[in-house]
Design a protein around this ligand. Structure first.
Ligand code: KIV
Ligand code: NA
Length: 270
């Protein structure tokens, strides 16, 4: 049996073979991604991807815990990280600790992820000092969509200094890794070279220390919108549409179920 990586193992992968990270929200999908990943992330993207919410703002602790438990049942070799939902950590370190501990205890996740840089430095240090490993998330932070004014690239031009400061702050605070979302390629590379914790890119740079994608995006299952950084490795949505149309046609034509799908009387002694 392979030993699951723990946060210090992930941190030690800085500059090494890139870290492979995907999201999962259910047990069957966790079973599919687990053999191939270093980290499986229960992302709050589940609000949009699984629950049809317009943003991640409506995601609750209860939703994260329920999906976290489902994903935990499907992982064996990868490390489980769970997102802290909007409103569960921003008030201050003590609120963050209370909710992070609950997420970890009730799901078995090895670490939490939270959004924010400089303004989360104190909280990340507080959690880390008390036994809660933190993956940070800077650049485009979707929970801040209303203050950012949309899902635009962050850190272009003059704004690069802000993202640089965020990266330095979360590394200083003790985060074991940091997600860089939707920042220019060159900035992501520069930050990766400047800080001593692994950077995990999404719409960032091939030179990050790892990459993450939303699994439904890369499988072509979530098609409501498609950011430029999503590569479709499959078109399961189209495949599913074909299968469901075939089922509907066969039901209407009374060709499903066929003889091999129905039961006769039980033959005694057989
Ligand atoms: O919620 C999520 O899926 C995420 C990843 C895209 C990093 O935060
Ligand atoms: Na997230």
């Amino acid at each position: 049996e392979v030993k699951r990586p723990v946060p210090p193992d992930i941190r030690a992968r800085k500059g090494g073979t890139p870290l492979v990270v995907l999201t999962a929200y259910t047990t069957p999908v966790a079973r599919l991604v687990d053999p191939h990943c270093d980290i499986v992330l229960v992302g709050d993207s589940l609000g949009m991807v699984v629950h049809g919410l317009p943003s991640t703002l409506g995601v609750t602790m209860e939703m994260m815990i329920l999906h976290g438990q489902a994903v935990a049942r499907g992982t064996a070799k990868s490390m489980l990280v769970i997102d802290m939902p909007f409103g569960s950590y921003e008030e201050g370190p003590e609120q963050a600790f209370r909710n992070a501990a609950r997420l970890m205890v009730e799901t078995g996740a090895a670490a939490v992820k939270l959004e924010g840089g400089v303004h989360m430095e104190e909280t990340i240090a507080f959690l880390t000092a008390r036994g809660i490993p933190v993956m940070a998330h800077i650049g485009l932070t979707p929970q801040a969509v209303n203050t950012l004014g949309g899902y635009r690239v962050q850190g272009r031009g003059e704004d690069a200094a802000r993202i640089r400061r965020d990266a330095e702050a979360v590394a200083r605070a003790g985060a074991f890794s940091v997600v860089l979302e939707k920042v220019p390629d060159a900035l992501a590379r520069e930050i990766t070279n400047a800080i001593d914790i692994p950077t995990i890119g999404i719409g960032a740079s091939v030179d990050c220390d790892g990459q993450v994608l939303v699994v439904d995006d890369m499988l072509g299952l979530f098609t409501s919108f498609r950011p430029k950084f999503v590569k479709r490795y499959a078109e399961l949505g189209e495949e599913a549409d074909r299968a469901i149309a075939a089922y509907a046609a066969e039901v209407r034509a009374r060709t499903f179920p066929a003889p091999e799908h129905v039961f006769g009387e039980k033959v005694p002694g057989k």
